[in-house]
Write a protein that binds this ligand. Sequence first.
Ligand SMILES: *[C@@H]1O[C@H](CO)[C@@H](O)[C@H](O)[C@H]1NC(C)=O
Ligand SMILES: *[C@@H]1O[C@H](CO)[C@@H](O)[C@H](O)[C@H]1NC(C)=O
Ligand SMILES: *[C@@H]1O[C@H](CO)[C@@H](O)[C@H](O)[C@H]1NC(C)=O
Ligand SMILES: *[C@@H]1O[C@H](CO)[C@@H](O)[C@H](O)[C@H]1NC(C)=O
Ligand SMILES: *[C@@H]1O[C@H](CO)[C@@H](O)[C@H](O)[C@H]1NC(C)=O
Ligand SMILES: *[C@@H]1O[C@H](CO)[C@@H](O)[C@H](O)[C@H]1NC(C)=O
Ligand SMILES: *[C@@H]1O[C@H](CO)[C@@H](O)[C@H](O)[C@H]1NC(C)=O
Ligand SMILES: *[C@@H]1O[C@H](CO)[C@@H](O)[C@H](O)[C@H]1NC(C)=O
Ligand SMILES: *[C@@H]1O[C@H](CO)[C@@H](O)[C@H](O)[C@H]1NC(C)=O
Length: 897
Amino acid sequence: MELKLLQLLLFLCMKISVSGVGAATEVRRIEREKQALLKFSGDLSGLRWGSEEDKGECCEWLGVECDFTGHVVSINLSDEDLRGKISPALLSDLSSLKVLDFSGNNLRNLTNWLQPISKLSSLTALLLSRCQLHDSVSAFDVFANSSLSNLSTLILSHNNLTSVSTFDSLFNFCRNLTRLDLSYNQLNGPIPGSFFKLQFVEVLDLKGNLLHGGIHKPLNLSHLQFLDISFNKLNVPLPHLFENLSEIISLQRIYLSNNQLVGSLPDISRFSSLKELYLSNNQLEGVQPQSLDQPSSLESLDLSYNQISGSLLDFGGFSSLYDLDLSGNQLKKLPKAIEQLYNITNLNLSSTSLEGTITEHHFSNLTQLRYLDLSFNNVSFNLRFDWIPTFQLEMLRLSHCNMGPYFPNWIRKQNSLLSLYLSFAGISSTIPDWLWNMSSIQHLDLSHNNISGRIPHFPTNLDFVDLSYNNLSGPIPLSVFQNSSALILSENLLSGSIFNLCTISEKFFIQTLILPNNELDGELPNCWMNFYSLVYLNLANNKFSGKLPPTLGTLTSLAILHLGNNNFIGELPSSLKNCKGLRKLDVGGNKLTGTIPSWIGTHLIFLEVLSLRFNSFHGSIPPTICYLINIHVLDLSRNIISGKIPRCLNNFTFLVSNDGSSVLNYYRLWSFIWETMDEDDNALVQWKRQESEYKRLRNLEGIDLSSNKLVGTIPQAFSDLRALLFINLSRNHLTGNIISSIGQLDTLEWLDLSRNQLSGEIPNSLANLHFLSVLDLSYNNLMGKIPLGTQLQSFDSSTYIGNSQLCGEPLVKCPHDPSVDDHGKIDVVKEDDRFINRDFYICMVFGFITGFWIVVGTLVLKHSWRHSYFKFLNDIGDWIYVTTTMYVTRLKRKVMS
Ligand SMILES: *[C@@H]1O[C@H](CO)[C@@H](O)[C@H](O)[C@H]1NC(C)=O
Ligand SMILES: *[C@@H]1O[C@H](CO)[C@@H](O)[C@H](O)[C@H]1NC(C)=O
Ligand SMILES: *[C@@H]1O[C@H](CO)[C@@H](O)[C@H](O)[C@H]1NC(C)=O
Ligand SMILES: *[C@@H]1O[C@H](CO)[C@@H](O)[C@H](O)[C@H]1NC(C)=O
Ligand SMILES: *[C@@H]1O[C@H](CO)[C@@H](O)[C@H](O)[C@H]1NC(C)=O
Ligand SMILES: *[C@@H]1O[C@H](CO)[C@@H](O)[C@H](O)[C@H]1NC(C)=O
Ligand SMILES: *[C@@H]1O[C@H](CO)[C@@H](O)[C@H](O)[C@H]1NC(C)=O
Ligand SMILES: *[C@@H]1O[C@H](CO)[C@@H](O)[C@H](O)[C@H]1NC(C)=O
Ligand SMILES: *[C@@H]1O[C@H](CO)[C@@H](O)[C@H](O)[C@H]1NC(C)=O
């Protein structure tokens, strides 16, 4: 059956080809190629050539390309998971093959791949990235006897090659290479002289290796145009490095960012073709004076994040620059030569400790400016009110500059402006009407000023709007919701209702809606299905009322839901169980009733923060709460919850492990992101006292069950929650002893067990908690002597008050105190087997970290600065979305299997 099919296909192929070409020898050759392909696929698994879906001409088979005469010229089998063997005779029959792409296949699964490939005499491009290649000198020696004399492109990126000398024989042979890509391997040591042999190479990419030292001897590659050694460990003085490159007059682009280069930028006028020089994130200290006056052809210079200090007096030699990034240095004074950058388009001087006043004069010759970033400097502006700049900006970033008190009027005529960032700029006027009419603007950040007035009904192209931390008042016009993907209006005086949102029947694309700390009121609309993209919804600290609308449950992408401190009534809608990606759920400080739904544990399994505090929830804590293995903060305080505390708390894996460093790292990254997204968020968990002081603890690990009607004893499981920073069980009806193993919680800073009916002695181990700064054991039935230890004695006597049988410092002396022989009785702490689901959970966290870095890692690697600015917020949003989805699917798969 299969054979028949293959014959049929072969017949078809031949027929089509024959009709195109006449000569009999050609036909034979083409036929040989087809047979080679079929045989090739027959020896491999993972390839479906000739299968039912691929009935057409074989030139249309997956990854196969032919030229107009019907000869196979390109085979692209990237990411096909090939396995099996390539028989030597086969590939040599493909006599016209020019391009072979095996990227993303594990070549260890392909026996004998190199020999046949080395016979492809017409090959010009060989792509073997992500093939798990490792050093095996003999493998590359095969090239030495190969027929690849016309090979011009060799891509070996993302493999595991460590030694540059591996390629010695390769370089001997493939001398006609014009493009060699060895990026993202583990190449080590200095760049050897053997690169010499690549006389014709034009592009040499060594990015992302471990190369250190410098370049062994002068490279004289007369055709080299692009050299990328960024993200390595080069640690020589830059002038030395350039010495060994300086003969290469064809060099147009040199990328050396993210190394450990020292010294200063030498005279680069010898590189007469140089257009781009990227040196960011090194340890360079300045620019050598002689490099200043020599005219260079440089168009793009990135010296950001080095240690260049003082003013760069003049760089008249760089007047051809289009692109200059000096951010993250310590310039102090605006370089005088800025005025002579006649062609500058992108200018980034952010975070350069600039001081002084900026005047029109500085910009008068910069007619080409498009992107200007002066943010995070201590500069002020002295510009005429009616100044009309000679440039038309697309992006303007002046955050943390002193712009105020009036809104800068010259922006008015910037008709191409896409992004405007004026946060922390000391503006205290109203927003001028012309700004709302600037239809080009898509990103607008005016947060942290003193801006007053109303938000008008503006026609919006605005995609990102941040007006938070101002004095804006009046209602929020519906139009602002319409095109935004992020709307941040927190900490203003906005009032009125958003109920009429449902009158707009269309869908919204908004992902981030942040409105807390305003005076908004009325019921929430029940049309949240129109907001299906929402990832982050924060309506906290307003005056919203009524029931929580059931359609909130249609927000399946939601990761953060803050509805705290409003006047909501009724029960948590059970539809919320569909919001399976929720990580933070805060409905504290409302008038919600009903029992704590057990689906919180079974459905919202990614919850990290759950706050139901200060509502009227009753009934007992459902045992399913223990399924929340990611929980950091569990706050059920100030409700009417009765029954016992679940015994299974040691299921809270995050709280259990304070030793898993991967977990901690993960958590730090995670909380970093929350911090950036969550700036406007009030402390979620509030403590009885010293609230402000303990704000820094927010998002950290703790359990607050205070002010309920809980009975029974304190579960032993608490002592397994090693990462706990606070426990508040006060104002309940708990009985029994304080668990003696409490001394295991060695990171604990806050322990409040006051106003219960706890009895027995205070365990000695409590004296071991060295970080404990708040302790309240008052109003219980504790007895005996307060254990000795500097810590416990340093607390105020109010810590222990209301326990009539308690004695010793700081309370009254015990009646028959035999002084200090109480010490032999220190509790021996036993290690328990604490990890119930350890593997399961480590896998998940690991997967999550990987996902995290796929997205966030790309942010950290510095792209061209203008792109990253534009994309930053989008990426954060995407990241949440991506990771959420990924996380959920992964877990689903895990649960299914
Ligand atoms: C091979 O195919 C992949 C995926 O379609 C593509 O990204 C890659 O550029 C192709 N390779 C060549 C050499 O065209
Ligand atoms: C093929 O490669 C994969 C990795 O991509 C590896 O897990 C697997 O063991 C290999 N299979 C064989 C048969 O070598
Ligand atoms: C190598 O390239 C040259 C020039 O393009 C060509 O004439 C020659 O036939 C090629 N060699 C092989 C073996 O294909
Ligand atoms: C290359 O060919 C020569 C002679 O043709 C042979 O002696 C040598 O072993 C071959 N080298 C490799 C690595 O195949
Ligand atoms: C380079 O290519 C030319 C043809 O383009 C060929 O004659 C020559 O042998 C090649 N050199 C090497 C070292 O392969
Ligand atoms: C890469 O090579 C190094 C050193 O040979 C080895 O320690 C490491 O495990 C390899 N990594 C992979 C992914 O093969
Ligand atoms: C500015 O750009 C123009 C057009 O690209 C070019 O002709 C001129 O030489 C440049 N000026 C300097 C100083 O490089
Ligand atoms: C602007 O350029 C002209 C020459 O083109 C020069 O004379 C003048 O000084 C420049 N202005 C500033 C402020 O540098
Ligand atoms: C701990 O959580 C898992 C699911 O995450 C659940 O299957 C298990 O029953 C829980 N253990 C207890 C004691 O609740």
